[in-house]
Design a protein around this ligand. Sequence first.
Ligand code: ADP
Length: 491
Amino acid sequence: MNDQTPLLTIDQGTTSSRAILFAANGDVLQLEQKELQLYYPHKGWVEQDAEDIWHDTLACCKKILDKAKTHPVAIGITNQRETTVVWEKDTGKPLYNAIVWQDRRTKEVCAALKEDGHEEMVAGKTGLLLDPYFSASKIQWILDNVEGAREKADAGELAFGTIDTFLIWRLTKGKVHVTDITNASRTMLYNIVEQDWDDELLALFNVPRSMLPEVKDNVAHFADTDDSVFGHVLPIGGVAGDQQAALIGQGCTKPGMIKATYGTGCFALMHIGDQFKVSENRLLTTLAYRIDGKIEYAVEGSIFVAGAAIQWLRDNMGFFSNAAESESLARSVEDSNEVYFVPAFTGLGAPHWNPDARGMITGLTRETTKAHITRAALEAQAYQTLDLVSAMEGDSGYEVNVVRVDGGLVANRFMCQFLSDMLDCDVQVPKNHECTAWGAAVLAGVYAGVFDSLDNAAEQWVCKDLYTPDMDEDVRHKNRDGWDATIAQYS
Ligand code: ADP
């Protein structure tokens, strides 16, 4: 391994487009970022301008390449998953804005399919639950609602892509239409057992096969950039959706390993090995990665509101002016005094799945102060994770001994310790906090021969902070009973 070999990652997220130049030891050499505008044309609709995504990404890459001393050996791409773009093959022009993963406009379509009894078939093939979140119903919406789209699609003139695919199309000047298997696995059109686009699913959502990209392993020669784009050709050697990239960046390459990313929401993935299994606990089964044709699966659960609860206490309640102050406030009291805070502002995700649930604070007394409520909001992160991890253990049969965490909220040491206490396992925070972008760099690095394998890259994973359980068994049980009783009020 040559530490000087730079790897370029494109990290196209929901709120920003970024490019990062990494050294092979994970050090960030350069970083460029542009905030991305979100549009909310109607209640529940969320869109982005695909041209902005492209121009911002290109600008970030160019800035880095202009300054870089050495050309990167390969590009890795990681992206917000499920977000859907449909464009004309001829002109490369998008027919409609990118429909973002958060968009709920196809809620009724998905509910009707569920009502008609299709969910079992869909879950058996894709590992997913029938929900607007995934790309299939978004593609269908574009074809049925943009004038002339259906005719063009039937004539084979349109292409669909998640953001990775759209960026590669643009980086190659329309020569290459590809995706990786993790992004494909989130479209709800890809059969993750047979590993191919699925005719029954294509018929269910009325999407022609001619629109779909070729699906590759996560490490592959996806394409060479067109030389007019950067002034020289660069190979794109690794692609993965953001949560899978974080799993790789966190070095979770062995079955039973878990990563949890705590940002606005929290996304947790557990590596479950090479056997597909439909969750019995309403988690999603998804692809972890496929390398040299060898597939690995993961179970995934998301908590819709994680750090956003802290933002809410700051911005809506005025409890503090800076998220970091939540820690000293939480520590200023001995416990939450039996206050529980369920931050279900936008419904409850896995394993509860209650879209109509709303937030709740229970156990208020005359003694309750904002310190108790803040502490309860931080403790809720651990309780929600505990529910997820218990479901993951139930599905996979693995006992969890360690959870690797990242994201803005892990700066809060109180939260991390409480998480360790409630999960009764180690919680590890890595030195490299750019886990998602680093995961894509690792894939590109394996392609370019910088690393022999994902395991080889994972050996470099360094723990910055380790939290070990330090709570009496009966306190842990009492806390959990209190949370369980609170959550039970939703059922
Ligand atoms: P995203 O990538 O979703 O934008 P980040 O990973 O940047 O999110 O994390 C930001 C979130 O973390 C915010 O919701 C913020 O409230 C929360 N946060 C950041 N620092 C702290 C802290 N020290 N204590 C508690 N919450 C924090």
